[in-house]
Every structure is written in structure tokens, then in C-alpha cells.
Design a protein around this ligand. Structure first.
Ligand code: GLN
Length: 282
């Protein structure tokens, strides 16, 4: 008997659930849509249609990559929805997490014209900010040329290329001018935590996840370096691991930042530290 699209979704759901995939029903629809070369929101309409044999074969291959190799769904589909837009992602960039939307929202609470994003990866933070602020321009740096290529395609797709400059750089190296906002989601996982992470994370660039040390090395460079790149009254906002608020707050205060504040993500965990560079000498 021929299988329907609904049968495929059920089958995929069972396989994904048995493999311990958390959101098996949603991922099942996404993978069936990918196998059918359609969009996930079309699946309900197509539920009773007969599934072509080629799609069934494609689905089996996708299920194997997802459950055995533990390739993240986003790498199979090639995109991730983040904040208000869809971004191309690949194994060259950190997969945008919804936690990072806390950083975007905090940044958009104040005006800015010129923003610097250190370690931009897919560009999801910088491009979300520029899309929300039509008058603003920005610079995104990354040490990875492969990541910058992804960010560049995202900038073009979102029609933001004329307001973005992407720079191959190690943090502030080669960054010119002063900004009224600096943002970053640096690698902050301590090296001894890496082994305990979900297997999916092994498909993301290690350099985007860990500093190979205690998880604070990036802040030790980003935070003291910020005043030389900020206009008076400019702000620095960084994403943090949820146990790092006290250490990162101290780095901000030592660097002369005022109004240092910790913001929480939707799960109520410390996620962002922000501070202001005073307009005059402190
Ligand atoms: N939030 C990511 C995670 O816990 C880590 C990202 C980062 O190091 N910037 O998987």
C-alpha cells in the first residue's frame, strides 16, 4: 500500500522520538517537508497525498543523518529562524539560539547609529539590529573566513549589504573608528564542559563555543578593549553563560563601565551583561 505524507510524518516522529530528539513532532514535519522539497507549513494540506518513492528514500537518509550522525536540523535544512528573520546557517557558524534574542532586544532598547559585532558568525545579531534600525550601519568581525562568507550571504539576502562591513579579524584587530554600540556573543563554554554537551554541538565550530580555557578569556579581551572603540556614552552588551554574570560584571566595572546590568533570558537565567561608557572622565 502506498504511503501518504501523514504516514511519513508519523514514521519520522517515531524514529526521532526513539532517538531521544526533544522536539520530535516539529522536526518530523521539517524533515518530511525537506524530503518532499516543500515548506513545513504545507504538510497539513498535503497530509492525504501519496508520498513519492524518491521522497521516502530522501527521508530515510535525512533521518539517519539526524539520529545517527546527530547533525542538527538546521544543518539539514540550511536555515534557522532568529528574531525576525531567517538566516542561512552551516557548520561554519554557531547555530543562532533563541537565548541570543535577549541580546538583540536589549540592544534595541536604546538608539544607535554605528554598531560593531565581534565574532559575528552567521551575522544574526548584527543583521537583526540593522534590519530593525533602518538608519544604522555596522561592522561585523570574525576570525573565520567561512563564517564571514555565510554572514555576507545573509546580509545580501536581507538587503542589508550596503549597511554592513564584514572584516576578517581577531576581535578588535583592524577595527577602525568608534561605535555607539558594541555587541558580542563570544565563545564562553569552559573547555572542561565541552565533553558534556549535546552531540549536535560537535557539528558547530569549536572555536565559536569554547575558549579552550575557563570560558572567560574572550571577555578578558573584549571588555577592556571596548572603551577605545566606543564613543562617549556608548554601550557594550555581551552574551554570557548563565553562571558568568559576577565575573563579567567585574570586568566591566574594572574597565570603567557605568550602569553595569545583567539581563535574563526567557528561562530566567542570566544571559547578557551591559554597560555604558561615561561621556566624560569618570
Ligand atoms: N549558548 C551556547 C550554548 O550553550 C554557547 C554559545 C557561546 O559559547 N557563545 O550552547
Amino acid at each position: 500500500m502506498s504511503q501518504t505524507v501523514a504516514d511519513l510524518v508519523r514514521h519520522a516522529g517515531v524514529v526521532l522520538k526513539a532517538a531521544g530528539i526533544e522536539d520530535a513532532p516539529r522536526e518530523a514535519r521539517s524533515l518530511v517537508a525537506l524530503a518532499l522539497e516543500t515548506q513545513a507549513d504545507r504538510i497539513s494540506v498535503m497530509a492525504r497525498d501519496a508520498a513519492p518513492a524518491a521522497a521516502m528514500a530522501r527521508l530515510e537518509a535525512l533521518l539517519e543523518r539526524r539520529t545517527v550522525a546527530r547533525v542538527p536540523l538546521t544543518h539539514l535544512t540550511g536555515w534557522r529562524d532568529f528574531y525576525r528573520h531567517r538566516f542561512e546557517v552551516s557548520s561554519a557558524v554557531l547555530d543562532p539560539r533563541s537565548d541570543t534574542e535577549t541580546l538583540v532586544e536589549a540592544a534595541l532598547e536604546q538608539p544607535f547609529d554605528h554598531v560593531l559585532d565581534l565574532g559575528t558568525g552567521s551575522g544574526c545579531i548584527l543583521l537583526s539590529l540593522l534590519a530593525a534600525r533602518p538608519g544604522a550601519a555596522g561592522v561585523g568581525t570574525d576570525i573565520s573566513p567561512e563564517a564571514l562568507a555565510v554572514a555576507d550571504r545573509n546580509a545580501r539576502r536581507l538587503n542589508l549589504a550596503d549597511r554592513v562591513m564584514l572584516l576578517h579579524s581577531d576581535w578588535y584587530e583592524g577595527v577602525e573608528g568608534r561605535f555607539d554600540l558594541i555587541v558580542s556573543n563570544p565563545p564562553y563554554i569552559a573547555v572542561d564542559e565541552m565533553a558534556g554537551l549535546a552531540p549536535e554541538l560537535s557539528h558547530e565550530p569549536r572555536i565559536a563555543l569554547t575558549d579552550e580555557s575557563d570560558g572567560l578569556e574572550a571577555y578578558r579581551r573584549l571588555v577592556p578593549g571596548a572603551p577605545a572603540h566606543l564613543r562617549p556614552g556608548g554601550r557594550l552588551l555581551v552574551e554570557i553563560g548563565h553562571t558568568q554574570a559576577a565575573d563579567v560584571t567585574r570586568l566591566f566595572e574594572t574597565a570603567g563601565f557605568r550602569e553595569v546590568a545583567v539581563m535574563r533570558d526567557l528561562e530566567g537565567r542570566d544571559r547578557v551583561v551591559g554597560g555604558l561608557m561615561p561621556a566624560g572622565p569618570p
